[in-house]
Design a protein around this ligand. Structure first.
Ligand code: NOJ
Length: 786
């Protein structure tokens, strides 16, 4: 019956957002405020209420606290500010908090927010790199250290994790997220929220996490940051929303709405998705903040004619706090006076802000986080550095290793290091570096000298990096505010001579850190012309070449991939970048990272995903047939989702199911034996994919539904078990998640393109589920076998 309704809806095109847009929005966001919050609300004037919804910058991202002038402090005294961002430092924050608590009429403490994204002082690998570790435990630990350091500096709110799924590497913010897959994204979102918020938000070492950007921000058309997204309801619910659901379930204290619109409705004013889906259907109780200046930008979207209208729209849409727009503060009073039906919505927003402050323990202990003594002791401790090294090591992905060129033979005596990124410690920090410092970075060249004392090293830049003077340059190889890469005959000749005089070359290429990140969208995601020329010249020497990639997004590098015998993807790895890369190059550790996003063969092949639909004419290698493919490229990605090689060798066998028939509310155990047949200790990431081969609507050819990173001793074998439920293969419909009867194919392997064993089970009847399928975690376990 339900399936029939679904089919009917599909046939008549009736599938739409489950909650209607427009009038009739009711105030119910934060249920049952605490007695303290209720009592405060009763005492607040309209101005004080609006003040709580106002977040202003106390500085700039790279000049923290620079806007904390007398006027700003006066606004705190008058109760006109609920939160600052871009401030830091225990002493400064303590003083700001003191003014709010002791000198404002109601003494309401402030929220202090910052983009603490991959560490505060101890910078870890960028988020995309951490995602490549496929290690939720590690991500929880790195988030915890970030929280410990940031809170010691007085912060109580981080705008992280970014959980946007991104399938278009032209979009520069790919670097900040979990990659292309909603299941991996959901698991990692949960881990990060846990790490930031700890077991209790009131703990002074815990920080309020923000899942952002709700929602569809990664689907920007053409990969252009901030641009519109045009997403089907199905894709929205099955791909983009699950990580937000996971973050909400893990208790994320806040969410940030996205800059973009979906089908013409900006998320800054989207009652159906924010009030309807997030608040009402999911029951989300946290604080919802706009993105930077996004409320005034509703005028640019063309959905509001006046600032007052924009304020009313955002409030109706469910945005509690205005980040840096100064619009609620200047215009919400007029809006509320003109339309008193906004008043209950305003109260709901204030309740959300006050409740967040209460959950953080700010009323009880407003100064607990701003402790100069703790601040002095907490930063970049040896333990934090050790974790940074471990995280960096576990994030590295070995993309290619022809003839086992890696690990480096101890006999390699003369090693040439070529490429300016090799000494660019600044790039190792990535974007969103909070209080990270270039001098904290342990770069590659000294780390290699230390790791291989018997070898001699020579270095050549190969091209000239120069500061780019202007913003918005367009040629590939020029970062927006970063570095222009200039081919230089002398530098190239020096590189070739250096390579010729060596036994082995480490060629370090990729992109300057400032080429990926916010507003760093590019049409060309290959190497710059200067680096391309360098790579070709070095490969032409005929010396064995190990390419070390440093970059924040998948790169289209087909020539390099074809010609270089070994390629190591090292992203931007943070303060322990050099030693971690040396650990992998020398074989002190085997690479265990796997790609959280596929690499296209050409910029024009984006967007792409392994989890595509089959189509009526599935892509075929046979060009004589007309199929869903580009004619000038092979049908496969350059490197597939989940890909990553190891110094170990793994054999998969004996894939078994606990049963072949499963009721919709049942579960099935999927187990497989994995043996490390090599003589080195190594990690394998065992990946579980599913496919529903025949359904009412076409289903993806593969979807990740489980993984486990497993450490193996030489020769060791382990039985890996996954528990899967039919709800995890449910498909979204207007009426909820549908479990449909029939066959489910199961694939287990080392990547989406390296499936080692297949089986199938049958779901015996239709059923329903309440949770986005990709947000349901698959439990897994491992046990040694002889
Ligand atoms: C804009 C970005 O989109 C968002 O991710 C960030 O948190 C804010 N700026 C604050 O810096």
């Amino acid at each position: 019956m339900l399936l029939k309704r679904l089919r009917l809806a599909l046939a008549t095109g009736l599938i739409g957002l489950a909650v209607s847009i427009g009038g009739g929005v009711t105030a119910q966001a934060v249920d049952a405020p605490s007695p303290r919050v209720r009592a405060l609300l009763e005492r607040m004037t309209l101005d004080e209420k609006i003040g709580q919804l106002n977040q202003i910058p106390g500085g700039r991202q790279r000049a923290l606290n620079s806007r904390l002038d007398a006027a700003a402090l006066e606004r705190v005294r008058r109760g006109e500010i609920g939160s600052f961002l871009h401030v830091a430092g225990a002493a400064q924050i303590r003083e700001l908090q003191r003014i709010a608590v002791e000198e404002s009429r109601l003494g309401i403490p402030l929220l202090f927010g910052m983009d603490v994204v991959h560490g505060y002082r101890t910078l870890f690998p960028v988020p995309l790199a951490l995602a490549a570790s496929w290690d939720p435990g590690l991500m929880e630990q790195t988030a915890r250290v970030a929280a410990v350091e940031a809170t010691a500096a007085g912060l109580n709110w981080t705008f992280s994790p970014m959980v946007d799924i991104a399938r278009d590497p032209r979009w520069g913010r790919v670097v900040e997220g979990p990659g292309e897959d909603p299941y991996l994204g959901s698991i990692l979102a949960t881990a990060q929220v846990r790490g930031y918020q700890g077991t209790s938000l009131a703990d002074p070492g815990s920080i309020l996490a923000t899942a952002k950007h709700f929602v569809g921000y990664g689907a920007a058309e053409g990969g252009r940051d901030y641009d519109s997204a045009d997403i089907s309801d199905r894709t929205l619910h099955e791909v983009y929303l699950p990580p937000f659901y996971a973050a909400a379930s893990a208790g994320a204290g806040s969410m940030m709405t996205a800059f973009n619109d979906i089908g013409g409705v900006p998320l800054t004013a989207h009652p159906a998705l924010v009030r309807g889906l997030l608040r009402e259907q999911w029951g989300y109780q946290g604080l919802i903040v706009s993105d930077w200046n996004a409320i005034p930008e509703l005028l640019n979207h063309g959905v509001a004619a006046t600032p007052q209208e924009a304020g009313a729209l955002a409030l109706r849409g469910g945005v509690d706090m205005d980040m840096a727009g100064n619009l609620y503060s200047a215009h919400l009073k007029g809006a509320v006076e003109a339309d008193p039906t906004l008043l209950p919505l305003l109260d709901q927003a204030v309740i959300a802000v006050l409740t967040a402050k209460e959950r953080l323990g700010l009323f009880a202990a407003p100064y607990a986080r701003a402790d100069p003594a703790r601040e002095a002791a907490a930063m970049l401790t040896p333990e934090h550095r050790a974790l940074a090294r471990e995280a960096a090591r576990r994030s590295i992905v070995l993309l290619k290793n022809e003839g086992d060129l890696l690990p480096l033979a101890t006999t390699a005596r003369r090693i040439a290091i070529i490429g300016a990124l090799a000494e660019d410690a600044n790039s190792s920090l990535g974007s969103w570096r909070a209080q990270g410092k270039v001098e904290d970075v342990r770069p590659l060249i000294p780390a290699l000298r230390e790791a291989l004392p018997q070898a001699t090293f020579t270095y050549a830049q190969g091209y000239r990096p120069e500061a780019a003077p202007t913003i918005a340059v367009t040629a590939a190889g020029e970062g927006a505010q970063g570095v222009r890469e200039v081919s230089d005959a002398e530098a190239l000749a020096e590189a070739v001579a250096t390579a010729n005089a060596a036994d082995l070359v480490l060629l370090v290429v990729g992109e300057h850190f400032d080429r990926s990140g916010e507003a760093r969208s590019y049409t060309d995601i290959g190497l710059s012309a200067a680096q391309d020329a360098l790579a070709a010249a070095v490969l032409d020497t005929g010396k064995p070449v190990v390419v070390i990639l440093m970059n924040g997004r998948p790169l289209a590098i087909p020539e390099l991939a074809r010609r270089a015998p070994a390629i190591l993807e090292t992203w931007f790895l943070g303060v322990e970048s050099g030693p971690a890369i040396a650990d992998i190059l020398t074989g002190r550790a085997s690479p265990g990272g796997r790609l959280p996003t596929g690499f296209p063969r050409a910029s024009g092949a984006a967007p792409l995903t392994y989890a595509h639909l089959p189509t009526g004419r599935p892509a075929s290698e046979d060009l004589a047939r007309d199929t869903a493919r580009y004619r000038d490229q092979p049908i496969t990605p350059l490197f597939a989702f989940g890909h990553g090689l190891s110094y170990g060798r793994f054999d998969y066998s004996d894939l078994r199911l606990s049963q072949t028939e499963v009721a919709p509310d049942g579960r099935v155990e999927i187990s497989v034996t994995v043996r490390n047949t090599s003589s080195v200790a190594a990690d394998e990431v065992v990946q579980l994919y599913v496919r529903d081969p025949v359904a009412a609507i076409a289903r993806p050819v593969q979807e990740l539904r489980g993984f486990r990173r497993v450490a193996f001793a030489p020769g060791e074998a382990k039985r890996i078990r996954f528990i899967l439920t039919p709800a995890q293969v449910a498909l979204w419909s207007e009426d909820g998640w549908r479990i449909t009867s029939g066959e489910i194919q199961v694939m287990v392997g080392a990547s989406s393109a390296d499936i080692r064993a297949r089986t199938a089970f049958t779901v015996t009847s239709d059923g329903v589920s309440a949770i986005p399928a990709a947000a349901i975690p698959t439990s897994s376990s491992e046990e040694p076998v002889s």
